[in-house]
Ligand binder design. Structure first.
Ligand SMILES: Cc1cc2nc3c(=O)[nH]c(=O)nc-3n(C[C@H](O)[C@H](O)[C@H](O)COP(=O)(O)O)c2cc1C
Length: 237
């Protein structure tokens, strides 16, 4: 993959125009299920982040929700789970996104790797991660991250940085670092969500803005690993 960077004088954004010269994605290249194709691209992005090092945070995922008034919201999280059920992440269930999901249990998420001219989009309904899954993940987190989860009433206002740090110090004193991995319990308000997709799009940037977009659309029951549940179509770039 290489690209031609041309200064088009885009003073408004400071951007230069890049001609995307990725490998593209043809119907012949596409694997037979959305899970297989997503797994391949995610694994390749993670590998590239270690080798070429031009993909930073390969698991960074934009998560869009809709609030009770119908207004969209979006933020970045780290994808912590990917299996045949869909991509998942951890967060505070009482955050803004948590309230939005409670009002409208739908979500769209996107993983984007500009250096690879690739993106994946998932759209569907949302389910909460089950507690066993959350517990298991929680115990893999470093102590300081677990204290931070206890400290933060995520998305609520805080008067100052000093207040936040004082709250952290109180939680650190409440749950001292014993070096053991079960010293800090999982807060009730902490957990995560998984998108259960009805649509998965694979976007591959190509020359002259003639990009490839292959979309799996749900046509029956079954998870992301069930070929019979999906139909593939191509969309215009
Ligand atoms: C690279 C990156 C990774 C992040 N990962 C997470 C995450 O895994 N979980 C999370 O709750 N917030 C994460 N955040 C913070 C969120 O973007 C956001 O600020 C927070 O979840 C509150 O969002 P909300 O008020 O819409 O609920 C991350 C931010 C960045 C930039």
């Amino acid at each position: 993959m290489s690209h031609g960077r041309v200064d088009d004088g885009s003073a408004r954004t400071g951007a230069s125009r890049v001609d995307y010269a990725g490998d593209g994605l043809t119907e012949e290249m596409l694997l037979d299920t959305p899970y297989a194709q997503a797994r391949l691209w995610v694994d390749e992005a993670v590998a590239r982040s270690h080798v070429e090092q031009d993909v930073f945070e390969p698991l960074a995922m934009s998560v869009a929700t809709v609030d009770a008034a119908g207004v969209p919201n979006v933020r970045v999280v780290l994808m912590r789970f990917l299996d045949e059920r869909g991509p998942g992440f951890v967060t505070a269930l009482t955050s803004a996104k948590g309230h939005e999901v409670a009002a409208n249990p739908v979500m769209a998420v996107a993983l984007t790797w500009p250096a690879m001219y690739r993106a994946i989009r998932f759209r569907g309904r949302v389910v909460e991660l089950d507690r066993a899954e959350v517990e298991q993940y929680w115990h893999s987190r470093p102590w300081a991250s677990r204290i931070s989860a206890w400290t933060s009433q995520q998305s609520e206002p805080v008067a100052s940085r000093a207040d936040l740090e004082a709250a952290y110090a109180r939680r650190a004193a409440q749950f001292p670092d014993t070096g053991g991995d079960d010293a800090v319990p999982v807060p009730d308000f902490w957990g995560g969500y998984r998108v259960v997709p009805d649509e998965v799009e694979f976007w591959a940037g190509r020359r002259n803005r003639l990009h490839d977009r292959l979309v799996f659309t749900r046509v029956g029951d079954g998870d992301l690993g069930e070929p019979a549940a999906w139909r593939v179509g191509r969309r215009q770039p």
